[in-house]
Design a protein around this ligand. Structure first.
Ligand SMILES: Nc1ncnc2c1ncn2[C@@H]1O[C@H](COP(=O)(O)OP(=O)(O)OP(=O)(O)O)[C@@H](O)[C@H]1O
Ligand SMILES: [Mg+2]
Length: 451
C-alpha cells in the first residue's frame, strides 16, 4: 500500500527576512572550528535549521515539535553546539548562555539583524516621564523581569493615582533600545478587542497589512506571529476599563471576554516580546498564570514613600518636618498628594501644619474613590464600610458582624477587594487582619449621612 506523503518539513525560512544568515553561517562556522577543531568544518544543514528556528523566535521545545524530534535530544545538541558557537562569536565566556532567547539578543547586539525599520515606536497617549521621582526598586524589578528574565506578560496593578502609568512610561522609555517595536495604547475608552488588534497589527506591519483576518481569533494569532518574530514591547494602560463593575475583581465586560484570552495566549505561548499592562484591578488570568519563576508576573504598586517629598517640594510647601505625616496620611499616593498640596498652597499659604489640624481632606480625589466604589458589589461595599468603622477586623469578626453562615462568599469578596487594592492585610500572630487606608475611611464617612 502506498504510504501517505509526508508534509514538507518546516525549514524556518522566515529567519532570512530579519537576519543576515549567510554572514552568520560563516562566522558561526569559524566559532565552531575554535570550539571543536576535530569536527567537520562549517555548520551542518541541521545546525543551520535549528539556528533559523531559534531566530524565528521559536523555543527549542516548539522547534522539536515542529520537526517531530525529541526535545531533550535537540536541547543536548544545542548545548553541545550552537549555544557554544554563539558564545564564542559574541565574546562571552563559555556556558554563560542560559536561555535560548539570549541567542536573539546577543546576535542582534552584535549586528546580525537586518531590516529597514529596526526600531519603531508609537507612544500614543503615553505621559512624558521626564519628571519622575523615586521608584528605583520598582524600576529594577521591572527591568529584571522584562529585559533579563524575558517575561512575556507583566502587570502593574494598584489604586488610581498611585503612579502606574508614570512608572510604565518611565520603564518603557528606559528600555526602549532593547525592543524593535514599542507601542503604547490606553484602553480608557474600552475599544473592542477586534479594533485594538487591527490597530496593533497596522502598527507592527508599518501599515502594510491589508489582508488581515476578520475574526478576533485570527487577529490574535497574527499578533502572536509578530510577537514571536520581533522583540516588541506592547503597553496597555487602563486595563480596568474592559473589566466589569459589580462583579468580583478581574472579570470582563460583556463582549470583552476575549481580552482575557489574549492575556492567556500572550502569557502561555512562546514568543520574544512583552505585554506590560497597568490596571486598577489584577486581571484573573494574571492571578492564575503568575509565578516568580515563570514568564508571567505582577506586582501591586504602593505609595511613593520618601520620594513623595519631591512632589511637595515642587509645590513649594513649607514645614518639612510635617511632610512625612502628610505623606503617611495619603499613603504616598502621588495624585492625592498633588491635589492636597495645591489646596495647602492656595488655602493655607503652604502651611502643612495648619492643613493637618483639619480632618483628612479628599478634594478631587473623592471623585476617583467614587469611581473605585462604583465598581464594588453590594457585599464588597458592606465589607469596606464595616472595616472602615471598626478596623482592624479578622475574617471571623467580619463573619460575625455580618451574620453570615459560611465563609465562601466572604472569602470571594475579600479576595476581590484585595485585587482592587481597596483593603490591606496585616499579619498578626492571631492571624490576618484587614484594614483600609485613611482616605477610604474618610470617603466612607463622607458617604454615610447620605445613605
Ligand atoms: N514617581 C513619580 N514621580 C513624579 N510624579 C509622579 C510619579 N508617579 C506618579 N506621578 C504623578 O502622579 C499623578 C498620578 O500618576 P499616574 O497617572 O501614573 O497614576 P495611575 O496609577 O496611572 O492612576 P490611574 O489608575 O487613575 O490611571 C500623575 O500626575 C503623575 O505624573
Ligand atoms: Mg494611569
Amino acid at each position: 500500500m502506498a504510504s501517505t506523503p509526508k508534509p514538507p518539513p518546516e525549514d524556518f525560512a522566515g529567519a532570512a527576512n530579519d537576519w543576515d544568515l549567510e554572514r552568520l553561517y560563516q562566522k558561526l562556522a569559524a566559532a565552531k572550528k575554535e570550539w571543536a577543531p576535530h569536527k567537520k568544518s562549517g555548520l551542518t544543514p541541521i545546525e543551520k535549521l535549528h539556528l533559523r528556528g531559534l531566530l524565528c523566535g521559536y523555543s527549542p521545545a516548539v522547534i522539536a515539535k515542529k520537526l517531530s524530534i525529541i526535545p531533550r535530544g535537540l536541547e543536548a545538541d544545542l548545548c553541545k553546539g550552537l549555544y557554544r558557537y554563539v558564545e564564542i562569536l559574541t565574546g562571552r565566556p563559555a556556558n554563560t548562555l542560559s536561555n535560548w532567547r539570549d541567542i536573539i539578543d546577543w546576535l542582534d547586539e552584535a549586528g546580525y539583524k537586518i531590516g529597514p525599520a529596526r526600531r519603531c515606536q508609537d507612544w500614543d497617549g503615553a505621559p512624558d516621564a521626564s519628571v519622575f521621582y523615586g521608584r528605583t526598586g520598582e524600576l529594577e524589578t521591572l527591568e529584571q523581569w522584562i529585559v533579563r528574565d524575558r517575561c512575556r506578560l507583566v502587570a502593574i496593578w494598584g489604586m488610581g493615582g498611585i503612579g502606574k502609568t508614570a512608572l510604565a512610561a518611565r520603564m518603557a522609555q528606559q528600555t526602549k533600545d532593547k525592543f524593535e517595536y514599542i507601542v503604547w495604547r490606553s484602553l480608557r475608552h474600552a475599544p473592542p478587542l477586534n479594533e485594538l488588534l487591527a490597530n496593533l497589527i497596522q502598527f507592527l506591519t508599518n501599515r502594510q497589512e491589508t489582508d488581515w483576518p476578520a475574526t478576533v481569533l485570527g487577529r490574535v494569532s497574527r499578533l502572536m506571529e509578530y510577537l514571536r518574530t520581533h522583540r516588541c514591547l506592547v503597553v496597555l494602560d487602563d486595563w480596568q476599563s474592559v473589566l466589569r463593575p459589580g462583579q468580583p475583581a478581574g472579570h470582563y465586560l460583556d463582549g470583552y471576554e476575549e481580552y482575557g484570552e489574549l492575556l492567556t495566549q500572550v502569557g502561555e505561548s512562546s514568543h520574544q516580546s512583552c505585554l506590560l499592562l497597568a490596571s486598577w484591578e489584577k486581571p484573573k488570568e494574571i492571578a492564575v498564570l503568575e509565578s516568580p519563576t515563570l514568564s508571567v508576573r505582577s506586582f501591586q504598586l504602593e505609595g511613593l514613600g520618601e520620594a513623595a517629598k519631591e512632589i511637595l517640594r515642587e509645590k513649594g510647601l513649607s514645614e518639612q518636618e510635617r511632610w512625612e505625616e502628610l505623606i503617611r496620611a495619603y499613603r504616598g499616593n502621588p495624585l492625592a498628594l498633588k491635589i492636597v498640596a495645591a489646596t495647602i498652597q492656595d488655602v493655607f499659604a503652604g502651611s502643612v501644619s495648619e492643613f493637618l489640624m483639619k480632618s483628612l481632606y479628599l478634594g478631587d480625589f473623592e471623585y476617583l474613590l467614587y469611581q473605585h466604589f462604583k465598581r464594588l458589589s453590594e457585599l464588597e461595599k458592606e465589607i469596606v464600610g464595616l472595616i472602615a468603622s471598626r478596623q482592624p477586623l479578622s475574617i471571623c469578626q467580619l463573619r460575625e458582624e455580618m451574620q453570615l453562615e459560611g465563609s465562601a462568599e466572604l472569602l470571594k469578596a475579600l479576595e476581590s477587594l484585595v485585587r482592587r487594592s481597596l483593603i490591606e492585610k496585616v499579619k498578626e500572630s492571631s492571624g490576618t487582619l484587614y484594614t483600609v487606608q485613611p482616605v477610604v475611611v474618610k470617603y466612607v464617612s463622607n458617604q454615610s449621612p447620605r445613605r
